[in-house]
Design a protein around this ligand. Structure first.
Ligand SMILES: Cc1ncc(COP(=O)(O)O)c(C=O)c1O
Length: 382
């Protein structure tokens, strides 16, 4: 048979080596638990950074079906991807001058972080013959973006006079809401309420008022009650929590990172394993080479410390994790075969590996773990 008769290989026909299973049922279950916990407040689902790296569109589709009332994103590129779902899409952080026109045309809800931004949005709306829906962003203590609390009443009264703006919402953000009883967090809510009262005295009210993130939902019930009538949740949707603080919600992890066993060798005592030979076999050992490494999101800190699951058994990591491969001891799984599925993160039962476990090992927080799965890792929605 000549080469010309062979069918070209389609890249999508080749099974991927490493994949992240994302349980959409668990995701929507988490969403419903959050919604029930904060009701009658509504929930904005925060899908920044491509839904924390898991895939903005499929996650948003599932959440929309489950009744999510809108999506929060960080920037225009993310916003445009979600607009076709027909739900309100809101940029939560900042908007650059040259991004304003296209976003007003598209109907994305914009943050007003200062008076000049409000004026630019107003001018764009006038130029385009549109009304731009905006949420005023207050800096009540985050120190990142927004109108400073002490200036807010006056600045907002001036913003109110600009044409072409629908001041639908007002919001702020917490830096410490994981700390139950944090004074700053309570002070931020007091400031927010004072600003609302002062503005109400001038006839300025907002349909949507929000400050709670996942931390606050778990640690500050006050942030989910009037005058606040929306919350913004991201990490709890994934079944994870900030490293510190209470875990009031009974949300479940949605992720399992899997790969396959690519080699099995019995190596003699004294063999050095991987870069730097940071591990040396004490005795003859059955060593497996697993097809995932730090390029896929395995923390380098798992080197010589963590384990992966093969056939339900924990297999200790031997030596340093490399870019594409990780060596493990197969002593606890004598029946392991090349091609076996390997669970790197997730799994069931006592040996299940959580995002929080990896975060603790890596000395980081769960957000960084969730956002750090590699590009070549296939996202599979199950
Ligand atoms: C403004 C804003 N609101 C809400 C969230 C959601 O935070 P979390 O994932 O902790 O719920 C974020 C995320 O960093 C944010 O920046």
């Amino acid at each position: 048979m000549g080469f010309a008769t062979l069918r070209p290989v389609n890249v999508n026909d080749i099974p991927r080596r490493v994949w992240l299973e994302i349980s959409l049922d668990t995701l929507t279950g988490n969403y419903r638990k959050i919604a029930a916990a904060v009701a009658p407040a509504n929930v904005f689902t925060v899908l920044k950074a491509n839904a924390y790296g898991l895939g903005g569109l499929p996650i948003a589709q599932a959440l929309a079906k489950a009744g999510a009332s809108g999506f929060g994103v960080a920037e225009p590129y993310e916003a445009l991807q979600l607009l076709p779902l027909g739900k309100p899409v809101q940029i939560l952080s900042s908007i650059l001058p040259d991004e304003i026109g296209p976003m007003v045309v598209a109907g994305v809800i914009l943050p007003v972080t200062d008076f000049p931004t409000a004026r630019l949005i107003s001018e764009a709306a006038a130029r385009l013959g549109k009304t731009a829906t905006v949420h005023i962003k207050l800096d009540t203590g985050m120190g990142r973006l927004g109108i400073l609390a002490k200036e807010a009443p006056l600045v907002i009264r001036h913003i109110r006079l600009l044409p072409g703006l629908h001041l639908e919402g007002i919001f702020s953000h917490f830096p410490f809401a994981y700390e139950t009883g944090s004074e700053l967090t309570n002070h931020q809510m007091d400031l927010f309420c004072t600003i609302l009262d002062e503005l109400a005295g001038h006839g300025i009210t907002f349909e949507k008022r929000h400050i709670a993130n996942s931390d606050a939902i778990n640690n500050f019930p006050r942030a989910c009650r009037p005058p606040f009538n929306y919350v913004r949740t991201g990490i709890n949707l994934h079944g994870s929590f900030d490293s510190a603080g209470k875990r009031t919600l009974n949300v479940k992890p949605i992720l399992t990172l899997k790969t396959r066993l690519t080699a099995i060798r019995t190596l003699p005592a004294g063999t050095g394993i991987g870069y730097g030979h940071t591990y040396r076999l004490h005795r003859k050992t059955r060593v497996g080479t697993v097809s995932a490494g730090y390029a896929d999101g395995l923390p380098l800190a798992l080197s010589n410390r963590g384990y992966l699951l093969i056939r339900g058994s924990p297999c200790p990591v031997l030596g340093r994790i490399s870019m594409d491969y990780t060596a493990v001891s197969l002593e606890s799984v004598p029946d392991a075969q090349i091609g076996d599925e390997v669970v790197c993160l997730g799994g069931e039962g006592v040996h299940a590996l959580t995002v929080e476990d990896w975060a603790a090992l890596k000395n980081t927080h769960p957000y960084e773990i969730i956002c750090s799965f590699g590009n070549r890792v296939e996202r599979r929605y199950v």
